[in-house]
Write a protein that binds this ligand. Structure first.
Ligand code: AMP
Ligand code: ZN
Length: 493
């Protein structure tokens, strides 16, 4: 064997591609550009760049927004599992995003700052902090993520706009510098948008002297009341919303990146605008794989403040539900499938996750912490490699855990793989505390004592009735050989 390289060895092997696949499982992703599932091939070997459109920090992230970040985190976990070193960016929008996503009007940051009698910087710092808490609560692995603020990249944004103007892709209008969409062939190519119906931004206004309805602001001239403004070749002003993602992606990840993610609402305008300005600048592809998550909806409707159905992580914890139940709930659906939120469905996810945590803890104990590989583990990972088939992967996980023909070590092996890929804290389950009878709140302790009496008298019907009563009051009853223990039920009560 001496002198034989891996290549000569593998060329002797009848299943050469298999050998390669075993080292780096192949990953398939649905690319919005082609509308098809494609094999992922990175620009650089063993490395992947991933940009995700981040929050506008004028408010807390709703649970709908959080679906987008759990999706991107699951994607990053799949990329790491497939052997890629992932370099990630999630931008923090602290300027440029106008109220109602409009092309003209007030900046969302300014609007909140004025209402709360604070500076936009104070507003940004506050909501950025809350965003970081949210993503931590959802086990989003931030170790490979850079979080650039749009206000820290003003110079790069101005430089891009200047170049685009020099190239003839941008022109001055009354209120700012606009991108000329007629100069960019294939504008609207992402998602096959029909540009004859595509709105420029959310609204077409008549006040601007822009040339075409789909043209969009790259830079806005300062107007009275603007709280954030910078010097530029065009006088004082502030950046358009779309340019920040192009400028920060370019500055931090390079002119061409592997994957860009966001919710489907961004396909039509925001991402087509990012493509237009980035590709006009470099005359090269900007992103190889565009990926979009479907929406989290409430009873078939969009989540929005005006509909009064916006919920936050704090609403979940206030109901005694662990935030990771939300992650489990998201993963039960494929990222490309719309998902309807309800408190009952979330409570169901919480129950299932608590059960999974208990099994994980028990399995680790049984296996004495030693895991073994099984074909079920390979199958599990293969499902994630198939465009992040999380619902099927969770199904397989449950099936495997029930399969008594597998050893505890093999069951632990799949749990460890699931922990890496799904991020559900299976290695170190944050199980709710348990209480002994004497530690219960008085009102519940009295019922529990009555139940003990009924059990001793072998009146099981009464004991069951009292168990149900205790559960209605929020405590699960678990009769163990060493005595009965009680744990808070993670439900909506
Ligand atoms: P925004 O702060 O509105 O720019 O949104 C942040 C991210 O959340 C973007 O990727 C949006 O596309 C995404 N998003 C917004 N609302 C929802 C929702 N209800 N369900 C899933 N993703 C959403
Ligand atoms: Zn963006």
């Amino acid at each position: 064997m001496i002198g034989m390289t891996r290549d000569t060895l593998s060329s002797m092997w009848p299943f050469t591609s298999r050998t390669h696949t075993n080292e780096h499982p192949e990953l398939f992703l649905t690319n919005t550009l082609s509308g098809k599932k494609e094999r992922f091939v990175s620009l650089r070997p063993n490395a992947a760049t991933l940009y995700s459109c981040g929050p506008t920090v004028y408010d807390r992230a709703s649970i709908g927004n959080l679906r987008a970040y759990v999706f991107a985190d699951t994607l990053a976990r799949a990329l790491s599992y497939a052997g890629y070193k992932v370099q990630r960016v999630i931008n923090i929008t602290d300027v440029g995003h106008l109220v109602a996503d409009a092309e003209q009007g007030e900046d969302k940051m300014d609007s909140t700052a004025k209402r709360e009698h604070k500076t936009p910087q104070e507003i940004a710092a506050h909501y950025t902090g809350l965003f970081f808490n949210d993503i931590q609560a959802l086990n989003i692995d931030a170790s490979d993520i850079t979080f650039p603020r749009a206000t820290e990249y003003i110079r790069e944004q101005i430089a891009m706009v200047e170049t685009l103007e020099g190239q003839g892709f941008a022109y001055p209008a009354d209120d700012g510098i606009y991108f000329d969409t007629s100069k960019f062939p294939g504008y609207g190519k992402l998602g096959g948008i029909d540009t004859s119906t595509l709105q420029a931004g959310a609204r077409i206004t008549t006040t601007s002297s822009k040339r075409h309805p789909h043209d969009f602001a790259l830079w806005r001239f300062a107007k009275a009341g603007d709280l954030q403004q910078w010097d530029s070749p065009w006088g004082k002003g502030n950046p358009g919303w779309h340019i920040e993602c192009s400028a920060m992606s370019r500055a931090l990840l390079g002119p061409e990146i592997d994957i860009h993610t966001g919710g489907i609402d961004h396909i039509g305008v925001h991402h087509n605008n990012e493509i237009a300005q980035s590709e006009a600048l470099t005359q090269k592809p900007f992103v190889r794989y565009w990926m979009h998550n479907a929406f989290l909806t409430m009873t078939g409707e969009k989540i929005s403040k005006s509909l009064g159905n916006v919920f936050y992580i704090s609403d979940i914890t206030a109901r005694g539900i662990h935030p990771l139940a939300l992650r489990y709930f998201f993963l039960q659906a494929h990222y490309r499938t719309p998902l309807a939120f309800s408190w009952d469905a979330l409570a169901g996810a919480a129950e299932a996750l608590t059960r999974l945590w208990r099994i994980a803890k028990e399995t680790r104990r049984e296996a004495a912490g030693k895991s073994a590989h099984s074909s079920a583990q390979t199958e599990f990972a293969a499902l994630l490699m198939d465009d992040l088939a999380t619902p099927q992967a969770i199904g397989l996980l449950w099936e495997t855990l029930r399969d008594q023909s597998l050893s505890a070590a093999e069951r632990l092996g799949i749990l460890d793989a699931a922990d890496k890929l799904l991020g559900l804290s299976l290695e170190n389950p944050p199980l709710p505390e348990t209480f002994s009878l004497s530690e219960l709140p008085d009102a519940i302790r009295l019922i529990a004592e009555e139940r003990e009496t009924a059990r001793k008298a072998r009146d099981f019907r009464e004991a069951d009735r009292l168990r149900a009563e205790i559960e209605t009051r929020g405590y699960r009853v678990d009769d163990r050989p060493e005595g009965t223990v009680f744990s808070p039920i993670l439900t909506t009560r």
